[in-house]
Design a protein around this ligand. Structure first.
Ligand SMILES: [Zn+2]
Ligand SMILES: [Zn+2]
Length: 396
């Protein structure tokens, strides 16, 4: 049983009623997880928060035994078995406004962020793997079960064109991995850890308190279930070493500034043979002198002269991949955007966005006599031809 559960309404989190079937739970979770996934909501802290909360709710409700335990606890709690307020019993369905779910002291805030720095405590894997034997909170740092490695968060900065076209980058990361001297056992080579006699290797001590049995981490073995008499000299018994590794990461084309990319299994190593966590790379994209981006479309401003707009012309403009001739039709208005199909940012599923060329008149600051004279003559001819730039404008 977990105290933190009492402060959370997992049903509400998934938007289902407390009588929902296992299938309902699965469906609700799938939909939410898809909508809220960090890859889909880059940089959206609220969505991320919700994603974690939904994952937690699912972890409990999808497991019949845990769900039973949770329901029981809620019933007892609602009937006054616990003296804490703020818990609404009955599993209200639907409607949670922003902030309506952010309850509890259980800090989920660094599941994704800071997992690497925290040295393996607080990752999503820790949450899912360790939620149910973590007992009374803060003191329980390790569990006796194999534990999935934490997710690791890192960042990289890419050039504009690299990001648009995709690139392979080396990432240097320092993260805990199993100690090479003791192979993660924590015991000096030639010795091995022995089973903790106090908790018989379970890592937890059960304690009864009123209607509930709480589990607490064993003090003798600090929740690991085993005692190391001769600690490994290299890792001081932790079984873990910080190692710097460089991994090569393929960043797909079309990545946007601020987007997070998940690389499964590239996170922190798992404990005791458990799978590794995931690596999340937040990508920053630097500005380009020529190009801008609008989704998959590549944008650029093309300087033109007035006469080019009036008479029409074809201008050679750069793209991510060579140059392309852009036809400016006669009589094109200043500020108009011309679309060149398929010459934008490559899309993930193939194809590419468009190149959007916005024309902008460059006005000469100085003209030689010849040009000035011609322009004066032109101005008169323009008037004679009946062109009035302010016709119909402001009551003229
Ligand atoms: Zn070691
Ligand atoms: Zn113990």
């Amino acid at each position: 049983m977990n105290r933190e559960w009492l402060e959370k309404d997992f049903y509400k989190e998934l938007g289902i009623s407390s009588s929902a079937t296992a299938e309902d739970v699965k469906k609700a979770y799938r939909k939410l997880a898809r909508d809220l996934h960090p890859d889909k909501n880059p940089g959206d802290a609220k969505a991320e928060e919700r994603f974690k909360a939904v994952s937690e709710a699912h972890a409990v409700l999808a497991d019949p035994e845990k769900r039973k335990e949770y329901d029981e606890a809620r019933r007892l709690f609602a009937s006054g078995g616990f003296g804490r307020g703020g818990f609404s019993p009955g599993g209200a369905s639907g409607s949670y406004g922003p902030g309506g779910f952010a309850t509890g002291e259980f800090n989920l805030g660094d599941i994704f962020g800071g997992a690497a720095a925290a040295g393996g405590d607080g990752g999503l894997g820790d949450l899912l793997g360790g939620l149910f034997n973590r007992g009374g909170g803060a003191g329980a740092r390790t569990s006796s079960r194999p534990r999935r490695g934490s997710d690791v968060e890192t960042e990289t900065t890419l050039g504009f064109r690299e990001a648009a076209q995709g690139v392979t980058v080396p990432l240097r990361m320092t993260s805990p991995s199993p100690c090479t001297t003791c192979h993660g056992s924590g015991a000096k080579p030639g010795t091995s850890p022995r089973v903790c006699p106090h908790c018989n290797g379970s890592g937890v001590i059960s304690r009864n308190q009123g209607a509930f049995g709480f589990s607490e981490p064993c003090d003798d073995c600090r929740g690991t279930g085993s005692i190391i008499d001769d600690p490994c000299p290299d890792c001081h018994g932790s079984g873990i070493q910080n190692r710097t590794r460089t991994i090569t990461v393929r960043i797909p084309p079309g990545v946007r500034d601020g987007q997070r990319i998940r690389l499964a299994g590239q996170g922190e190593a798992g404990l005791r043979g458990a799978p590794a966590g995931d690596l999340y790379v937040t990508v920053h994209v630097s500005q380009d002198k020529v190009f801008g981006r609008n989704g998959d479309d590549l944008t650029l401003v093309l300087p033109v002269s007035y006469s080019e707009l009036v008479l029409g012309t074809t201008v050679s403009v750069p793209t991510l991949d060579g140059r392309v001739g852009v036809k400016v039709p006669p009589g094109t208005a200043d500020g108009r955007t011309l679309r060149v199909r398929g010459r934008g940012v490559p899309k993930r599923g193939g194809g590419a966005g468009d190149l959007l060329v916005t024309v902008k008149v460059a006005v000469p600051q100085k003209l030689d006599d010849n040009a000035s004279e011609a322009l004066r003559r032109y101005a008169e001819a323009e008037k004679t031809s009946g062109f009035d730039p302010r016709a119909g404008w402001a009551g003229v």
